[in-house]
Design a protein around this ligand. Structure first.
Ligand code: GLU
Length: 443
């Protein structure tokens, strides 16, 4: 069996971190099983779906490295839904209903008032042909419901949540089509999953009760249902469902210098029993991916953790991976020297400025001024072709008796204008003889 997963966003907005996580898990599972990962654009809602969101979804997945093996669009499949719908109407599994929203609200309120579950009473099933003809004559178009079979409990073994059981009598027959003919998501999704051979539906746990009704739709169409994995929701660092998470997308992460690998490494592991690790390559994440490691408690998304992970990933990135984002003239030797000090690739700009100058001259005490004058003399004499830093500091140590901080800090301050930074042995060759001499000569 070839595993086929799908990520099925509605193009009514850009992807947020929760969607990204779902897409990632679908991709990781497909890759782990040597299967296929589909992108299915759920664009049945023609008014709310927008082409620029489709494009941004594709671009975001591309940036993350989650490239789909194929793309499907629901808006190209209306004929197919129509045909399946007609079959299910003919077999009595889909029926027309005429209640208005107000009538349905009232029914719900009455039931809730009596302490009963607000399940649809199936009044529409009791309508006679004559009743329906009257409604139609009045110009009332029906919406359509899928008739659940109450005979046996609905059960499945969820890849994340384990055995699940629903009493269908406690579920309303779901509305699958509106009076204007437009589709709700439930039925087209099942038709697609059947036609596209989807073997695993991986989505958020907010869909668990949809799965109960959709399982009966698979059955009604004579199709074997896929496996389901419902992942626990994502919460913010403060431990709550947060509005902020709904607004955090690729654009924001790019803007603050987050690498796609950092987002992937974090979202692959939070909410699982595996540790978050700074993988710059997804191979180990694919190899270790297992729904059995997912917990049922919400996964906590902490932006500070993402930033720290990002730094650890930046430290591993080879020059070739970042070259086009570096300041002009900055080569691989400079990247290797500066990389360990970066939180984001964009920060390389600051250190490149330190190399190239000009830098703001540091405040120097009278005593250090004398020392730096000696350093200038020594720097003019050492061999700059190989390892100037040990040559400079070695000679100065001998001349002045200074060591440790007293030896290194004034040099670092004069040469870089800063107290901290990359390893001076790696930085000094980049600064080079001429600039170094000018910076050491403080008078
Ligand atoms: N378009 C649906 C959603 O975004 C898809 C759910 C599913 O994966 O089946 O909620």
């Amino acid at each position: 069996m070839t595993v086929i997963t799908r990520f099925a966003p509605s193009p009514t907005g850009t992807l947020h971190v929760g969607n990204i996580r779902t897409a990632l898990h679908n991709w990781l599972f497909a890759r782990a099983k040597g299967g296929k990962f589909l992108l299915r654009i759920d664009d049945t809602d023609r008014e709310r779906s927008q082409e620029h969101f489709v494009e941004s979804i594709r671009a975001d997945l591309g940036w993350l490295g989650l490239v789909p093996d194929a793309e499907e669009r629901q808006s190209e499949r209306f004929d197919r839904y129509e045909a399946r719908f007609a079959e299910l109407v003919a077999s009595g599994r889909i029926y027309p209903a005429y209640e208005t929203t107000q009538e349905l609200d009232l029914k719900r309120k009455v039931l809730l008032g009596r302490g009963l579950p607000p399940v649809y009473d199936r009044a529409a099933l009791a309508l006679s042909d004559q009743d329906r003809a009257t409604y139609e004559a009045e110009g009332k178009a029906p919406h359509w419901r899928f008739r659940l079979d109450h005979a046996a409990p609905i059960a499945w073994d969820d890849c994340v949540r384990g055995p699940q059981r629903f009493d269908p009598a406690l579920l309303s027959d779901p509305v699958i089509r509106r009076a204007d003919g437009s589709w709700l998501y439930l039925l087209p999704s099942v038709i697609d999953d059947v036609d596209m051979g989807v073997t695993h539906v991986v989505r958020g746990e907010d869909h668990v009760s949809n799965t109960a009704t959709q399982l009966q739709m698979f059955e009604a169409m004579g199709a074997a249902p896929p496996s389901f994995a419902h992942e626990a929701l994502l919460i913010g660092a403060e431990g709550k469902l947060s509005k902020r998470l709904g607004s955090l997308g690729v654009e924001h992460f790019r803007e603050i210098g987050i690498e796609p690998q950092a987002l992937v490494a974090l979202l692959a592991r939070i909410g699982t029993s595996d540790p978050v690790e700074p993988f710059a390559d997804p191979a180990p994440l694919i190899a270790s991916f297992d729904f059995g490691r997912f917990g049922r408690a919400p996964a906590r998304f902490d932006e500070a953790e993402l930033a720290a992970l990002n730094a650890r990933i930046v430290h591993q990135l080879p020059f070739a991976a970042v070259a086009e984002r570096l300041p002009a003239g900055m080569g691989s030797q400079a990247w290797d020297a500066i990389r360990p000090n970066l939180s984001t690739v964009a920060d390389a700009q600051d250190w490149w400025q330190v190399v190239e100058g000009p830098i703001a001259p540091a405040e120097v005490s009278a005593e250090d001024r004398v020392f730096l004058a000696e350093a200038t003399t020594v720097a003019a004499q050492i061999d700059w072709a190989t390892d100037p830093w040990p040559a400079l500091t070695g000679a100065l140590k001998e001349m002045t008796g200074r060591k440790g901080r007293a030896l290194f800090l004034p040099l670092r301050l004069a040469l870089t204008g800063r107290e901290h930074g990359p390893d001076m042995a790696a930085l000094l060759p980049l600064i080079g003889r001429d600039r170094a001499l000018a910076r050491l000569a403080t008078d």
